[in-house]
Design a binder for this molecule. Structure first.
Ligand SMILES: [Zn+2]
Length: 344
């Protein structure tokens, strides 16, 4: 299971005060499940366990109380490997739909967010290397400075979305890392490495961003007397996750069955990305946001409330060092996985 390079700072729950770390903290310092993926696995294992129990009890397993759904169709479901990472979807004849979810701190616990069409972004990561001429910092005219060229590139690339993209589309270009030189004050380095991510809500728009990024990097480097030595894109880029229009009635029904309000919560797409997008390319698919941000009624708490009632907030952002799972939503997630395979 994956983990992020984050030092876990989630406060201790009241029953574990006095210990150095909470029971759920990572055993590996600097590694953290700050995105809820351990919870997703737990929910899926819970659903798998119940499906197997249903098989073995001929449909008499008493878990209807989990939600109001009919589970008697679950025996029709056959699970299998449905895709290969980075490759095309393998269409097993028994796979009719694909369902996925992610816990979502900005939705209240009990809400299940869903929409038709683009749900998550197409994403790619890039590494650019600018080649210049290094030398003494006192003689810049004898050098070709990749630091200045990198700075110019960072500014120039800001027009890629604002001037290059249809305003009715959505896109992101973020530069997240620049590396040049070895720390000396008086040396102009010979090269600079620039890393970042691009995102868009369609695969075509992402392709445009890829092309535009390389074009601006090439021309900016040339304008400064340098060259773009290489431009690499990640091998595991993700396509956009598209929720299938035809699956909307079933997905909406499933979400409503496990949500507190009895209906799904309409949401906007986000620029987050998932490899689930590959599944959605091969079979009709639906991806949900499972609210976990608390509700102020004691099921869970929100940021700022943690001190007064002694509970740990659950609405902090994904990837936040104090991210905390609202365990109350585990059973909703299990129920959502169980409901999803039912026929409409
Ligand atoms: Zn995640």
């Amino acid at each position: 299971m994956d983990a992020l390079p984050i030092v876990e700072e989630t406060p201790l729950p009241p029953d574990q005060q006095g210990s150095d770390t909470a029971k759920f903290h990572s055993n590996h310092h600097g590694k953290m499940h700050a995105c809820g993926h351990d919870a997703h696995m737990t929910m899926l294992l819970g659903a798998t366990y119940l499906i197997k129990s249903l098989e073995e009890s001929n449909g008499n397993f008493p878990f209807r109380e989990l939600s109001g759904s009919s589970f008697n169709q679950l025996k029709k479901v056959e699970l299998g490997k449905a895709y290969e990472r980075g490759g095309s979807v393998v269409k097993f004849p028994t796979v009719k739909y694909a369902f996925g979810m992610h816990v979502w701190p900005t939705l209240l616990s009990g809400q299940v967010g869903f929409r038709s069409g683009a749900m998550l972004a197409a994403q790619d990561n890039f590494t650019l290397v600018l080649d210049g001429v290094g030398g003494h910092a006192a003689f810049p005219h004898l050098c070709r400075d990749p630091v200045v060229a990198s700075a110019a590139f960072v500014m120039n690339v800001q027009t890629l979305v604002s001037r290059g993209m249809n305003p009715l589309e959505s896109g992101v270009v973020s530069i997240t890392h620049i590396d040049a030189g070895d720390g000396a004050h008086n040396v102009i380095p010979a090269k600079a490495t620039i890393r970042g991510t691009i995102r868009a809500l369609s695969d075509d728009a992402l392709s445009q961003l890829r092309e535009g990024l390389v074009h601006i990097a090439t021309k900016t480097a040339e304008a400064h007397g340098l060259s773009l030595a290489s431009s690499e894109f990640a091998k595991d880029s993700y396509p956009a996750t598209m929720n299938d229009d035809g699956l909307f009635p079933l997905a909406s029904k499933c979400a409503g069955l496990v949500s507190g309000s009895g209906k799904h919560t309409p949401v906007d797409p986000t620029m987050g990305a998932e490899d689930f997008g590959y599944l959605a390319q091969g079979v009709p698919a639906a991806f949900f946001f499972l609210g976990q941000g608390g509700d102020g009624n004691g099921d869970a708490v929100q940021s700022g409330c943690g001190k007064c009632c002694g509970r740990v907030p659950t609405n902090l952002s994904l990837h936040h060092p104090e991210f905390n799972l609202d365990e109350e939503v585990l059973k909703r997630g299990v129920a959502l996985f169980l409901n999803s395979p039912s026929d409409p």
